[in-house]
Ligand binder design. Structure first.
Ligand code: CA
Length: 235
């Protein structure tokens, strides 16, 4: 699998059984995914905000806050509603599956599952959620980003962006309806292990805006005061 054109996807595993957790984490890391771990629903919701995962693997049976409730919370919040969730259900009862899908889960896998099957589901959902990973051109109004050629145009006119501005725009365009906090953008664009102040995000969004608007185009970025950024809606 090659993911060099985009940022390696982050998958949040929510699982209270250590052996299951390790099995999943091991197999996902082997596929070059970045993995975040939560052993209960409360931590899961905190991590969803903190790391803005690309996908959540969510165990149904969790202590205190159930997988069902966690899923509902993720899907209810504007900042996380577009994050796909795969429910891991032990019981395999149809009633649970239906409830899982009611809670907004995108897919479910019944335990005991085959790791290969689970990985295939993960790939399929990530591909659906992120068109850039399958090499599709991303569009937003007059703006186009070609992830294969690393080319950006506005009304057909090429726009030169630095690597960080490019990554920022890619992250925004991949999920046009999504609202990002500065911390989430830092994590996604700069990486988790690098210390940068959130102010840096504002600086680079400013640069990105100026470059995108240089040819007279409208500002595609919306500022959410005290929180972060999103793309403006286009008709
Ligand atoms: Ca469990």
């Amino acid at each position: 699998m090659t993911m060099s054109k985009t940022v390696a996807p982050t998958i949040l595993i929510v699982e209270d059984e250590p052996a299951q957790m390790e099995l999943l984490a091991f197999n996902l890391e082997k596929q070059d995914y970045r993995v975040a771990r939560a052993q209960n629903g409360e931590d899961a919701l905190l991590l969803v905000d903190e790391v803005a995962p690309d996908l959540v693997l969510l165990d149904w049976m969790l202590p205190t806050l159930s997988g069902f409730k966690v899923c509902k919370q993720i899907k209810r919040r504007k900042s996380s509603a577009s994050i796909p969730v795969i429910m891991l259900t032990a019981r395999g009862e149809d009633r649970d599956k239906i409830r899982g899908l009611d809670a907004g889960a995108d897919d479910y896998v019944v335990k005991p599952y085959s790791v290969n099957e689970l990985l295939a589901r993960v790939r399929a959902i990530l591909r659906r959620a992120s068109p850039a990973r399958s090499g599709k051109i991303l569009q937003h109004g007059a703006l186009e980003l070609d992830p294969v050629r690393h080319r950006i145009t506005c009304d057909g006119e090429p726009i030169e962006l630095g690597p960080l501005e490019y990554k920022l725009l890619l992250v925004l365009l991949e999920q046009p309806g999504r609202v990002w906090s500065r911390e989430q953008l830092l994590d996604r664009v700069w990486g988790k292990d690098i210390f940068v102040e959130t102010r840096t995000v504002d600086v680079h969004v400013g640069r990105l805006r100026r470059k995108l608007m240089a040819g007279g185009a409208e500002d595609p970025v919306r500022t959410l005061r005290g929180f972060g950024y999103a793309l403006k809606q286009v008709d």
